[in-house]
Design a protein around this ligand. Structure first.
Ligand code: GLA
Length: 392
């Protein structure tokens, strides 16, 4: 029932052989960048909050080489339409849609004065798309890392992540925060990437207890309202902060929100309550995890989900069902905590559980979810893994 994470080396060699068969080119540079899962701290990276994601053991790989022309020719291992575009010119959006992530990152390098030589590349992925696991950030970070190899240059990790975030804003039109690109760029084995989004500094905190397992359950649904829904939530938080007259959500207390409840008005007041609550829950969760206090951590994850469902309204029926099944299994069955993860409107849940019960829990999640929804979910475990890197 637990899916096996495809081996990164297999992904790399498949990408190289697809590059050869599709574009007749030999890979000389290969970059890999992971997706992420977030343990807690949702929809607050764009509110100066704290978030606690980690890089998962699922990657986007780009294998390629320079081709001596001014064009990029980019194929995917799935054999989709090949993207061909001139990289000697300033970049703009184009078809196929997925190529915009690549164009956006190239644009970031051009903005920094780099001349990009033509290249051939093939993209391969083990990050499920549309599952709230940041396949887009992984593609951006893999592209940036591939370009570092191609140009024989290195960006500071933070600069690389910010360049990728800008690509997402400008070329995919998603006004995302910094969590996904930071997790994909900074991830390390056995480390969570605790990010203070006000200072913009990540703190790599240990997560090495072998008795703990993180299960990721992809509900396999992705509701269409997602794009507009994300931007609308972000706008609500900006309106809320302006009404409260504060410079940062970190300066707002739960009492401030209550005192201004009517002035904030619906739904901004509920959005505000989520932001303030989630910031304090994430700080408390990091402290609880550090002292192995799972009796505190579990309820914090539960409260996070409830707040995302009721106050921030980014959950959906399928995510709620998956979380509810985990809750029913409960502490006695080895579940420490469960919640939706990522932007929401579909996608995945994260379940923190005892390793010795993980397989059984995954089986119950899969069976009960399928029984209730008729949908077969995709469930896998992941430990914190290496962030974006060139593969030797
Ligand atoms: C998406 C965005 C992130 C973050 C999450 C919600 O993944 O890309 O920046 O806002 O949603 O926590």
């Amino acid at each position: 029932m637990l899916q096996i994470n495809p081996d990164l080396n297999d992904l790399v060699s498949d990408a190289a052989s697809r590059l050869l068969s599709l574009l007749q080119s030999e890979a000389t540079i290969t970059a890999a960048a992971p997706g992420r899962v977030n343990l807690i701290g949702e929809h607050i990276d764009y509110c100066d909050g704290f978030v606690m994601p980690f890089a998962i053991d699922r990657y986007i790989v780009i294998a390629g080489c320079s081709n001596g022309t001014s064009d990029a020719r980019v194929a995917t291992a799935l054999g989709e339409e090949i993207a061909i575009f001139d990289v000697s010119k300033p970049q703009h959006e184009g078809e196929p849609k997925w190529s915009n992530y690549i164009r956006g990152v190239i644009c970031g390098f051009q903005d920094r004065g780099h001349h990009i030589p033509g290249f051939d590349a093939c993209i391969h992925s083990s990050v499920p798309g549309g599952a709230g696991l940041s396949s887009s950030a992984a593609l951006e970070c893999a592209t940036a890392t591939f370009l570092e190899g191609l140009l024989d240059t290195r960006l500071e990790t933070k600069e690389k992540a910010l360049l990728c975030q800008k690509a997402e804003h400008d070329f995919a039109h998603v006004p995302c925060g910094i969590m996904d690109q930071f997790a994909s760029a900074f991830g390390k084995p056995n480390r969570l990437v605790l990010i203070d989004c006000r200072s913009g500094e990540p703190d790599l905190i240990p997560f090495e207890n072998p008795d703990l397992t993180v299960l990721i359950s992809n509900t396999m649904v992705h509701h269409e309202l997602s794009d507009g829904g994300y931007a609308a939530r972000r706008k609500h938080t900006e309106e809320g902060l302006a009404i409260l007259g504060k410079a940062s959500w970190r300066d707002v207390t739960a009492a401030d929100v209550q005192a201004s409840w009517d002035r904030l008005g619906a739904p901004v007041n509920r959005r505000a309550r989520h932001v303030v609550g989630e910031i304090s829950r994430t700080i408390a969760a990091a402290a609880a995890l550090a002292r192995n206090d799972f009796e505190t951590l579990g309820p914090l994850m539960a409260a996070s989900h409830d707040s995302l469902r009721d106050d921030f309204e980014v959950s959906c029926k399928e995510l709620d069902i998956m979380v509810e099944i985990a809750r029913k299994i409960g502490r006695g069955g080895g579940v420490i905590g469960a919640r939706m993860t990522g932007g929401g409107f579909g996608g995945s849940t994260v379940t923190l559980c005892e390793s010795r019960k993980a397989t059984e829990i995954a089986a119950t999640l899969a069976a009960e979810y399928e029984k209730t929804t008729g949908i077969t979910p995709q469930i896998f475990a992941s430990r914190p893994s290496q962030g974006a890197h060139l593969v030797q």
